[in-house]
Design a protein around this ligand. Sequence first.
Ligand SMILES: NC(=O)c1ccc[n+]([C@@H]2O[C@H](COP(=O)([O-])OP(=O)(O)OC[C@H]3O[C@@H](n4cnc5c(N)ncnc54)[C@H](OP(=O)(O)O)[C@@H]3O)[C@@H](O)[C@H]2O)c1
Length: 329
Amino acid sequence: MQKINAFRIHNDSEGYHSGLEEVGLGEIGAGGVLIETLYSSVNYKDALAGTGRGKIIRHFPLIGGIDCAGTVVESDDPRYRPGDPVLATGYGLGVSHDGGYSPYVRLPADWVVAMPQGLAPRSAMLLGTAGFAACLASLRMERNGQTPGLGPIAVTGASGGVGSLAVLLFSRLGYEVVAVSGKPERSAWLERLGAARVIDREALELSDHPLDRSYWGGIVDNVGGEILAGLLPQVDRGGNVAAIGLAAGHELITSVMPFILRGVSLLGVNSADSRHDTRLAVWERLSSLLDAQSLDLVLNREIGLDELPAAFDEVLAGRVWGRILVKTR
Ligand SMILES: NC(=O)c1ccc[n+]([C@@H]2O[C@H](COP(=O)([O-])OP(=O)(O)OC[C@H]3O[C@@H](n4cnc5c(N)ncnc54)[C@H](OP(=O)(O)O)[C@@H]3O)[C@@H](O)[C@H]2O)c1
């Protein structure tokens, strides 16, 4: 059986451990589409899964990586033919099904998305789950009445993967974007991405009242906890708040006042379980708004599969900015 080198995660008598190892090509996941991957990426969830800091993985051992992009090798589904460029994000990838940290991935055909016009495996993985989530937030907010006229959009965790792509995307959509970041040294970069202003997370004025002055037309929140609670009372009438992440905490202690007195909406964003038609709409929007050149702005660095553990530690320490691309071969 052909052997491949993949980044596999174990939880066994030796404890939680992960690393590059030889795996038989016939042993990886089940599914009708075999993909030769070129790139994957590092998301917060990958770091939780790879280190065991979060209970992400459903069964062990499992090849990590919630994103992948590459070329179809074989397919039992007429929608995909050998040679087709494709991508996949979410579903069970890297959670309950062998994921993208591998030169080959085998997937159910319904999980596969044809590479959108204008994107290549590299640019698709600069987006990955992070870009998908940012874009899904924009679609959910706009379907719920968000417009640039409602006021500025605050993006929290702005230097992170989702955050930096949200800054880029919402500015392309015509919004005034205010980036909230714990990395003031990344301010000039965030402005290049499209932020009108950058607020140092430490200097952010969080509200401890049920309602405050209205500063924000909406919020794209990647951090949760006290920051989300402190910004909610500052959202203007009819504004939308997309809850994407929990980098600062999963709890949200708040009041109903912004919802019942200002009609503010709190919208959940769940990229992993998005339906196929939603996925197509998200990728269509991403590929029509962001080209390879602008996506290169969010590139932190490219790494090999053997460099994943160090990248996971950096992500969980909140030190990473932008997107780390993973070369899978
Ligand atoms: N719902 C979904 O479908 C979905 C999809 C993708 C990601 N997510 C979630 O979204 C979040 C961001 O994911 P990501 O991949 O973009 O992660 P990431 O690249 O690590 O970015 C997270 C950012 O949050 C900020 N941050 C980190 N620790 C913090 C803390 N203790 N307090 C306040 N801010 C902190 C940092 O930005 P600054 O230094 O600039 O403040 C950091 O760069 C994660 O919670 C992830 O699980 C959800």
